[in-house]
Design a protein around this ligand. Sequence first.
Ligand SMILES: NC(=O)c1ccc[n+]([C@@H]2O[C@H](COP(=O)([O-])OP(=O)(O)OC[C@H]3O[C@@H](n4cnc5c(N)ncnc54)[C@H](OP(=O)(O)O)[C@@H]3O)[C@@H](O)[C@H]2O)c1
Length: 280
Amino acid sequence: MTATLPTTTFPNGVSVPVLGQGTWHMGESQATRAEEVSSLRLGLDLGLTLIDTAEMYADGGAERVVGEAIAGRRDDAIIVSKVLPSNASLSKTLRACEDSLKRLGTDHIDLYLLHWRGGVPLSETVEAFERLQQDGKIRAWGVSNFDVDDMEEVEELAPGKVATNQVLYNLSRRGIAFDLVPWCAERRAPIMAYSPLDEGRLLGNATLKRVAAAHGATVAQIALAFVLATPDIIAIPKTGRPDRIRENLAAVDIRLTDEDMSTLDAVFPPPSRKRPLEMI
Ligand SMILES: NC(=O)c1ccc[n+]([C@@H]2O[C@H](COP(=O)([O-])OP(=O)(O)OC[C@H]3O[C@@H](n4cnc5c(N)ncnc54)[C@H](OP(=O)(O)O)[C@@H]3O)[C@@H](O)[C@H]2O)c1
């Protein structure tokens, strides 16, 4: 088990571990709720302080699970939540944020993202984010599922303000490495990689199994180690099982060799040209 987790820094100076905790599908079933809360709490105990959630997940239910997990220990957590594009107008964003704060049981969200781009002019959402930040309701804001052209637009509207872009990135979805990763690196905005296990689809891959066996590791750990091998990328796997929190955490100590990378490249080729941004 690692003693100190590697970190990256958001443009506002807040340092975060490069491994966080996802929450999609949490709060959907009463039967698994207690275990979900326990997983998040164990993660916090072990230093996985970054918790990613959204008003969309379980229609607010995931934020309530997070609220329960951080109750009495708000300062241990760095909370990321997201506003739906259908709520991204000025007035609706302000309201959506208040609703998220209530469900989370906190007076501030550390990082508030536009979940994906919809029909509302970006300038309006940015204005809402800026107002929420001035009011202390959010500490920073960013976007999700934005390709490079969208990022350029947001950068023009509010230079240097976008803290992150949360996008799909894993071994079988490597497109962003071609353009978005260098774009964000140049602006020192870490990328949050969602679905780092491709929602579990990577787990049966034969090549990954071979690489995992050579490291005495699990396939999930190798898939996470691949994502974490890119500097300033934060992986946010979701698990509602405490045993898997420990397993996923141990991935930060795995170093893939050049030979491992060549083996993985042969099966999951890196992009050689621009690919449109994929999303789930
Ligand atoms: N911004 C966006 O548009 C967007 C889109 C998708 C996701 N996200 C965020 O990113 C997070 C992660 O993505 P994701 O949930 O889609 O997919 P993921 O993290 O790639 O995979 C989650 C799945 O893998 C399983 N799993 C986790 N650790 C495992 C392990 N060590 N061994 C075997 N199975 C394991 C989980 O099941 P158990 O829970 O049973 O362990 C779950 O079924 C989400 O929860 C959400 O917070 C954001």
